[in-house]
Design a binder for this molecule. Structure first.
Ligand code: GLU
Length: 378
């Protein structure tokens, strides 16, 4: 693969990697991974860590039986272990003078448009401050995540986070390396597949193999994560986390583990994700100036260009954008709810805060959250 220098990376560390096969967090392994992330930060690469290991840590810390259902037991473990997990990261990153921030997310949060936008701006601000966000699923509330189901795990969370921050690389680091051509348990001579361009083939290959022990994932969920991330414009690497400098090498675009090149541009992929399966709630009618600026100059929609609002819609909803003649010219995710847009329409962006008393940004719809209909729509 052609050498690339990735600038925004999501690094996902699985339970079996972080425990190095033991029944507790393996600080030596975590220190090695943390050292690589710190090095990337120094080189100007923005990194978000998605980490598992809370349940394993909690199970190890608790010295008494937990008499409840398997799901509640795992939630108790996660809740006990998350603090220890986080402390390990903050102590180890402190050696490198790197500040970390905890972000606990659920997939439900990320499917709620307004929570999605809030999580996105928080993570973007943290990265802008040189902080490394350390993300885990909020296991205490996310039942489906830690039930024994194969779907729902930190692998898919990492793909959602990659989409959320528009990462250019998602590195899923495991204890077992990349995707092997045949099952390494039965075929010791097997080789890692270097590049996968057709996810379907990879998915078929792993269908009958499940190798995970304490993590919820396994290769099948990693392939699903790769499918999601590559479809939203992020390249994916699945590689062995114990390999020497694996994260640094992957971020320089060197060949490690299995590489899944993304098939679409980041912006297009993200837009498609944002708008997929969503029905528009309301409509914003824009004036001719704004219509021209959106369609031919790639601009965002500002309150000054809005003429009329048809609700109801909330911040984060998808709205139709129409021109004065009633033609749909696109769809976008609105930063303000119906009432707010009505209050600020026709105004300058600098007036938003004084009119509303708060401010979610200068744009009613940012151009990154806007899909224009070809040829100006119908
Ligand atoms: N969020 C879980 C934990 O921290 C792990 C989920 C997974 O293994 O994918 O323990």
């Amino acid at each position: 693969m052609a050498p690339k220098n990735y600038r925004r990376v999501v690094a996902k560390f699985g339970t079996n990697l972080l425990t190095a096969g033991s029944d507790r967090l393996d600080l030596r392994t975590i220190a090695t991974l943390v050292g690589q992330v710190a090095r990337l930060r120094r080189d100007g690469v923005e990194v978000v860590v998605v980490t598992s290991g809370a349940i394993a840590a909690g199970r190890h810390i608790l010295d008494r039986p937990v008499e409840s259902s398997a799901i509640v037991r795992r939630q108790v473990y996660a809740s006990v272990g998350q603090g220890m997990l986080m402390r390990s990261y903050s102590d180890l990153f402190a050696w490198h003078d790197v500040i970390v921030a905890q972000a606990l997310l659920t997939r439900r949060d990320l499917s709620d448009r307004s929570a999605y936008l809030n999580a996105r701006s928080t993570l973007a601000s943290l990265l802008g401050l040189g902080i490394v966000p350390v993300v885990n699923e909020n296991d205490v509330v996310a039942v489906d995540e830690i039930a024994e189901a194969v779907i729902g795990d930190n692998d898919s969370l990492s793909a959602l986070v990659a989409n959320l921050i528009e990462a250019d690389l998602l590195a899923i680091l495991t204890d077992s390396g990349g995707l092997f051509a045949s099952d390494p348990r039965t075929d010791p001579a097997t080789r890692v597949i270097e590049t996968v361009t057709r996810i379907e083939e990879a998915a078929a290959l792993v269908q009958s193999r499940r190798v995970s022990r304490s993590g919820t994932g396994g290769m099948a969920t990693k392939i699903e994560a790769a499918r999601l991330a590559t479809a939203s414009g992020t390249d994916v690497v699945i590689a062995g986390g114990h390999e020497n400098e694996v994260l640094l090498r992957a971020s320089r675009g060197e060949s490690v583990g299995t590489f899944f090149p993304s098939s679409v541009s980041r912006i297009e992929g993200r837009k498609r994700f944002l708008l997929s399966g969503l029905s528009a709630r309301g409509e914003i009618v824009v004036d001719d100036g704004a219509s021209g600026a959106l369609l031919s100059q790639g601009k965002s929609l500002l309150p000054a260009g809005v003429r009329e609002v048809k609700g109801p819609f909330q911040r984060g909803d998808t709205v139709i954008i129409a021109n004065g003649a009633g033609r749909r010219i696109g769809y976008g995710i609105t930063n303000y709810d119906e009432k707010d847009v009505r209050a600020i329409l026709g105004r300058r962006s600098t007036e938003i805060e004084s009119v509303l008393g708060y401010d979610y940004g200068a744009e009613v719809v940012h151009r990154n959250n806007l899909v224009l209909l070809e040829g100006g729509g119908v």
